[in-house]
Design a protein around this ligand. Structure first.
Ligand code: TXA
Ligand code: MG
Length: 344
């Protein structure tokens, strides 16, 4: 897309969804809300459109995208389902789709998805998202839609249409305003290409829920050093990052630090420059829903309050807490421009 054209703001009524579907069918870029975060959508079958997605985000082209479908049937049609875990894939789809789960599967030899969407890999990432508007949009468009989170590469994912416009105004054709995202963190990415399932990214479906269907699951570890040259996709480290540096598991704050807390936890010693509680009542679901907006809010308050960093309280490690901690760990990882980070 031309770098300076107008971004239409569409309401999630019949006309808005129809307009969004039309723009997508014509090869345009349309952001829309899913249950997790807003996605930056374009036809997954069009190499030209997918290249535009990478350009609009400033995303390195080796990092593949998730393709979104209206049904499990449509998703599995692009994959080679003659795999050891095919039964597991179908059980997972029945239990969690539409919903915040992405499956990595081998690519079918005759898949219509373009090469750019999978970054040339022989595997693909597929999901059926949940939400009235996005489900209608996918049905109406009738095509697989590639959609990374609708933020500039490396930044915090958007959970409202406003967040999308703050970063992508003029770089995309339209945003379908579907309201704030009910989950607030990205989908769980589960790799089913091998003999056993591997959790590649914790997200909206918890490990505990997956284990009810899959039995034991291996959790892929991020070593924190593979920033710009990941050995495997999905392992970029510094990511989901606000402008302010982030410090984890803080029990006290340094001067000029904001304190991002949970369940009313307080710091010892000096009072923080600013305190924000992700969930005063201690609900990890509420904390997940509010995390990305809170990081943006702290960035915006930085100048006014003279903030130099965000200190984050210890958080629960189970359930959605796993995804919450993963995002914060990446927000706290060395930034590509840090002198301390490895050379690109
Ligand atoms: O909730 C979500 O998943 C959102 C909404 C819009 O659906 N999308 C999203 O997309 O988070 P993105 O592009 O920001 O993250 C996709 C993740 C990346 O970590 C990518 O490396 C991984 O999925 N991925 C995509 N294809 C893959 C593949 N073939 N093998 C392994 N990982 C893959
Ligand atoms: Mg993303």
């Amino acid at each position: 897309p031309a770098p300076h054209h107008r971004t239409e703001r569409l309401d999630q009524d019949h006309d808005g969804i129809r307009r969004a579907a039309r723009l997508l069918q014509q090869g345009g870029l349309v952001a829309f809300g899913t249950e997790t975060v807003y996605g930056l959508g374009g036809l997954a079958t069009s190499q030209r459109t997918v290249k535009h997605i990478f350009q609009a985000k400033g995303r390195p082209s080796f990092n593949p995208l998730i393709s979104h479908f209206a049904s499990a049937e449509a998703a599995f049609a692009e994959a080679d389902m003659a795999i050891p875990l095919h039964d597991m894939a179908r059980r997972l789809a029945r239990r969690f789709w539409p919903g915040p789960l992405t499956l990595i599967l081998p690519r079918h030899a005759e898949s219509r998805l373009c090469q750019a969407v999978t970054a040339g890999l022989d595997t693909l990432a597929v999901r059926v998202p949940r939400g009235r508007a996005v489900e209608d949009l996918l049905r109406l468009t009738g095509q697989p839609i590639a959609a990374p989170s609708a933020n500039r590469s490396g930044r915090v994912s958007p959970s409202t249409a406003r967040h999308v416009l703050d970063e992508l105004e003029g770089r995309i054709d339209a945003v379908l305003d579907t309201g704030p995202c009910p989950v607030g963190l990205e989908s769980t990415v589960l790799d089913l290409t091998g003999p056993h399932p591997i959790l590649r990214r914790p997200g909206g479906v918890t490990l505990e829920e997956l284990q009810e269907v899959c039995g034991p699951i291996t959790v892929a570890e991020h070593d924190g050093t593979d920033d710009l040259r990941p050995t495997a996709p999905g392992q970029l480290t510094s990511h989901y990052a606000p402008s302010l540096p982030v410090r984890l598991d803080a029990t006290h704050v340094h001067p000029h630090e904001a304190f991002l807390t949970f369940g009313g936890r307080e710091v010892q010693g000096a009072a923080p420059a600013l305190t924000l509680d992700l969930s005063p009542g201690g609900s990890v679901e509420e904390a997940a829903r509010r995390l990305f907006a809170s990081l943006r809010q702290l960035d915006q308050a930085a100048a006014r309050h003279g903030l130099t960093a965000i200190a984050v309280a210890p958080l629960p490690a189970e359930g959605l807490g796993r995804a919450l901690k993963d995002r914060l760990k990446r927000a706290a990882a060395p930034r590509p421009t840090d002198p301390a980070s490895p050379p690109a």
